[in-house]
Design a protein around this ligand. Structure first.
Ligand code: TMP
Length: 218
C-alpha cells in the first residue's frame, strides 16, 4: 500500500488589516485570503468590532450610539475579549490562519489618536485582554484623510465614526503611524492612494514577502 502522503500545513498566522475609513482595506481582503489559501493556509476571515454574536451586538451599539472615549474603549475591548476567546484563539489552535479586518491598532489610532484617550489605559487593557497575543503581520492601508473622505462620500451613508472631522482622521492616521513606528517588524505600510490594482499588488507583495521570510525561518 502506498504510504499516506505527509501534507504539511503551514503554521497558522494571525494577520490583520488596518487603515482609516475609506482607505479601501475591505476591498483587499478577498485577494489576501486567496493568496493565503494558495500558500496552503485554511483561512478564517473575521472583523472587529465584531466576529461573534455578542461582539456584533456591541458593534451595532458602538457605531450608532453616542458615548464617550472611555466607553468606546471598554466596548471595543469587551468585544475583542469575546472574539479572541471564542473565535481567534480556537481557530489558531486548530491550525487555521485568521485574517481580521481591524484589531487593537485601530483602538490606539481611533480612541488613542482620534479621541486623544489615555494610551497608558489602552496599553493596560491590551495586556489584560490579549494575554500576549499580537498579530503576526499587519497591513496598514495608509491614505490622506481628505482623499479618504471623498471616497467615503461616494461609497455609503456615514456611521458615527465616519461623520468625524478631517482633524479627527488626521489624528487617527498619526495614531497608526506611531503604532507602525513602534512595531516596524509587524506593521507594513501600504500606500493606499494609488489605483486599486496597484494597492492590491503592493499588499500581495508585502504578504508574499512575509510568507517567504517566515518559510525561510521554519
Ligand atoms: P469598519 O467599518 O472598518 O469595520 O470599522 C468600524 C469602525 O470602528 C471604524 O470607524 C473604526 C472603528 N473602530 C474603533 O474606533 N476602534 C476599534 O478598536 C475598532 C476595531 C474599530
Amino acid at each position: 500500500m502506498d504510504p499516506i502522503p505527509n501534507i504539511r500545513r503551514p503554521r497558522p498566522l494571525f494577520i490583520t488589516v488596518e487603515g482609516i475609513d475609506g482607505a479601501g482595506k475591505s476591498s483587499q481582503l478577498a485577494a489576501l485570503r486567496q493568496a493565503l489559501e494558495a500558500a496552503g493556509h485554511t483561512v478564517v476571515a473575521t472583523r472587529e468590532p465584531g466576529g461573534t454574536p455578542l461582539a456584533e451586538s456591541l458593534r451595532a451599539l458602538f457605531l450608532h450610539q453616542p458615548m464617550d472615549a472611555l466607553t468606546e474603549a471598554l466596548l471595543v475591548f469587551a468585544a475583542r475579549r469575546d472574539h479572541l476567546a471564542t473565535v481567534i484563539e480556537p481557530a489558531l489552535a486548530q491550525g487555521h490562519t485568521v485574517l481580521c479586518d481591524r484589531f487593537t491598532d485601530a483602538t490606539f489610532a481611533y480612541q488613542g489618536g482620534g479621541r486623544r484617550f489615555d494610551l497608558a489605559v489602552l496599553q493596560t487593557l491590551e495586556a489584560w485582554v490579549q494575554n500576549g497575543r499580537q498579530p503576526d503581520l499587519t497591513l496598514w492601508f495608509d491614505l490622506d484623510p481628505a482623499l479618504a473622505a471623498r471616497r467615503r462620500q461616494a461609497a455609503r451613508e456615514a456611521d458615527r465614526l465616519e461623520q468625524e472631522t478631517l482633524d479627527f482622521f488626521d489624528r487617527v492616521r498619526a495614531g497608526y503611524l506611531a503604532r507602525a513606528q513602534a512595531a516596524p517588524g509587524r506593521i507594513v505600510r501600504v500606500e493606499a492612494g494609488q489605483a486599486l490594482a496597484d494597492v492590491q499588488r503592493d499588499a500581495l507583495a508585502a504578504l508574499q514577502h512575509y510568507l517567504q521570510a517566515r518559510g525561510a525561518l521554519a
